[in-house]
Design a protein around this ligand. Structure first.
Ligand SMILES: Nc1ncnc2c1ncn2[C@@H]1O[C@H](COP(=O)(O)OP(=O)(O)OP(=O)(O)O)[C@@H](O)[C@H]1O
Length: 339
């Protein structure tokens, strides 16, 4: 698949503050890529640079092979959707969606057809004559999405577009964004600090912090094999153990000074474990059980005193708090994440 966007050695300073330092990443044509990271990590700054809203940058940004680093924002054919809907309050839903095409002086019949298509796509036909003040937050964001998509941008940037909405609407709209992206084949970059949101909708995730890419990969790659401690901590829920702790648990071929991660669902019970020289038996006591939405997580105190989070061992035969148990861990599930 071809890259639509190439970001090369991008650095951005605000006065003396270096916010982005020599960032490199590519965005594949026709995909939805999330930039995921904690607040203040520089996600919005990167997005604004791609949009052309901050030209005080070093490095290079290519769009479809063309160097756009110093091209004005309005010449880039890039759409942007913000957390605040930024609709025109004095224009109806239809007029908001039509606005950009009118500015381009497209024929009225063409504008009407495009607006109707977008109204249908985002399910706002019934509200086409309504003004933004009379819409809910979710409806406003649908209009903002339609207004951006009607311009058929080469690239659509979304900066935390759903963070002002309640949880149910947020999930609904993020699924719809994924649907529009697939249906229209638009390339999208979606900024979020919400790992569940990024994992749910992305083809590719760029985890960023401190102005740098920490890891880029599919949701599965990021989830199953974090490359460093930052990603492991941010994607959450891993057991993060030192080599010394793993040696105490009986594992071989680990180095004491390095850190490793083990996902909680990868510990096995005797009945579903195939004995092998590459796995260890860990005895201990179940300390507590907590329900995390759709699964149960146990805190398991292993005999050497190392606490482990373990999950989903066997729904039909849950662990009993207070009971002694033996769990098994295969060394292939132990991933190194650095010092
Ligand atoms: N115009 C500016 N002038 C000075 N500093 C800025 C400016 N814009 C951003 N910053 C600083 O750059 C850093 C990165 O900000 P940015 O908004 O890109 O982060 P973010 O990852 O998008 O965070 P959030 O999710 O909170 O928006 C922050 O320390 C911020 O204070």
């Amino acid at each position: 698949m071809d890259n639509l966007v190439n970001v090369e050695d991008l650095s951005i300073n605000f006065g003396k503050l270096n916010v982005i330092s020599e960032m490199n990443f590519n965005i594949k044509q026709g995909t939805l890529t999330s930039i995921l990271g904690p607040s203040g990590g520089g996600k919005t700054t990167v997005l604004r640079a791609i949009a052309g809203l901050n030209q005080n940058i070093t490095g290079k940004i290519l769009l479809d092979g063309q160097d756009i680093t110093h091209l004005p924002a309005n010449k880039r054919n890039i759409g942007m959707i913000f957390q605040s809907y930024a609709l025109f309050p004095n224009l109806s839903v239809s007029e908001n969606i039509a606005y950009g095409l009118k500015v381009q002086k497209k024929p009225q019949a063409e504008i009407n057809a495009a607006v109707n298509e977008m109204l249908a796509l985002v399910g706002m036909e019934q509200k086409k004559d309504t003004y933004p003040d009379d819409l809910s937050g979710g409806q406003k964001q649908r209009v903002a999405i339609a207004r951006a998509m009607v311009m058929e941008p080469k690239l659509l940037l979304l900066d935390e577009p759903f963070s002002a909405l309640d949880a149910k609407i947020r999930v609904e709209l993020r699924n719809q964004i994924k649907h529009y992206q697939e249906k229209l084949g638009i390339t999208m970059i979606f900024v979020t600090h919400d790992q569940a949101e990024a994992i749910a909708i992305s083809d590719d995730i760029i985890v960023m912090n401190d102005g740098q890419v920490q890891q880029q990969g599919s949701p599965m790659e990021i989830y199953a094999a974090p490359q460093n401690l930052f990603v492991a901590n941010f994607i959450g829920n891993h057991n993060i153990l030192s080599g010394q702790e793993l040696v105490k648990l009986g594992l071989k071929n680990v180095q004491g000074t390095l850190k490793y991660v083990v996902r909680p669902e990868l510990f096995e019970r005797a009945e579903n474990h195939l004995q092998s020289s590459d796995s260890v038996a860990i005895t201990g006591t179940v300390q507590s059980a907590s329900i995390l939405g759709d699964r149960v997580q146990y805190l398991f105190e292993s005999a050497p005193g190392i606490m482990l989070k373990v999950e989903n061992l066997n729904h039909a035969k849950p662990l009993t708090v207070g009971a002694k148990e033996t769990l098994y861990l295969h060394s292939k599930y132990v991933k190194e994440v650095g010092a």
